[in-house]
Design a protein around this ligand. Sequence first.
Ligand code: XMP
Length: 320
Amino acid sequence: DWTMGAFRAEAIARIRAQVGEGRVVCGLSGGVDSSVAAVLIHEAIGDQLTCIFVDHGLLRQGEAEEVVRTFRDRFNIRLIHRDASELFLRALEGVVDPEQKRKTIGRLFVEVFDEEAKRLGGAGFLAQGTLYPDVIESAHPTGGASVTIKSHHNVGGLPERMNMKLVEPLRELFKDEVRALGRELGIPESIVGRHPFPGPGLAIRIPSAAVTREAVAMLQKADAIFLEEIRAAGLYDAIWQAFAVLLPVRSVGVMGDGRTYDQACALRAVTSTDGMTADIYPFDMAFLGRVASRIVNEVRGINRVTYDVTSKPPGTIEWE
Ligand code: XMP
């Protein structure tokens, strides 16, 4: 792609000019934006960049491993993988309220990131995958520096506290342009074309209940089956987001000769262009039946599957 080729060269020159001999830290989440920012900056300044991946244990199945494999092993980027799942689970113990979950996760995320960045002995720059729409949304009325809205992804509040300058090489781009740049940089399609994923992760897909290790494991399995079937049917790219939600309700079922009394899960899949409004994805019933039967047979603890047929508005995409 000519446009992205030119953008890539220019962006690299700009990053080098801004950073000089300085050191940069970048928070990596596994999402598209931070991934593209990290690879671009690495191309510009190599080992002057260190990525910090704060793993809250609330990612989709296999995702943490994929982040490490891709960035450390394939791109040779200096990467700190901090497995903080124990810390997050402990802090989330007994937390049921959605906003309380978000606050708890956001606060811990910043704390852990901060700790890892300090351990590196101080970097002058903090890289963020801020996009143009983030810049507009968060533009300060007096024209001051932008503060990004998605604090979970973009570690809001850190630069001020740590006295760091921001490196934001994607500030002029829209999502589709970031994806094109990512492909230009050789980032695998599994990351570049990935559905959006909320910063608080699976915690907000366990509604009306506290997050436990068992609940997360159950949800990851159901979610992985749903996504595997969506990919196998060639539907992944036609869908904006698809995921499973673990419901806080038990129902009676029958399995073999026995009675079960287990949890239910809901499947959610929507089309959208920006996440502000969304329509449900119209799967055929045979597809949904196949997914339901696989989940009930393969995931212990789930014996019933429902499909969420609520559009946004009035529903939101996530359940919490
Ligand atoms: P809702 O549920 O509000 O979601 O319709 C719209 C989009 O935002 C994502 N989302 C979040 N992303 N932190 C995030 O980084 C959050 O707390 C959060 N809540 C919702 C959601 O996945 C969808 O793409």
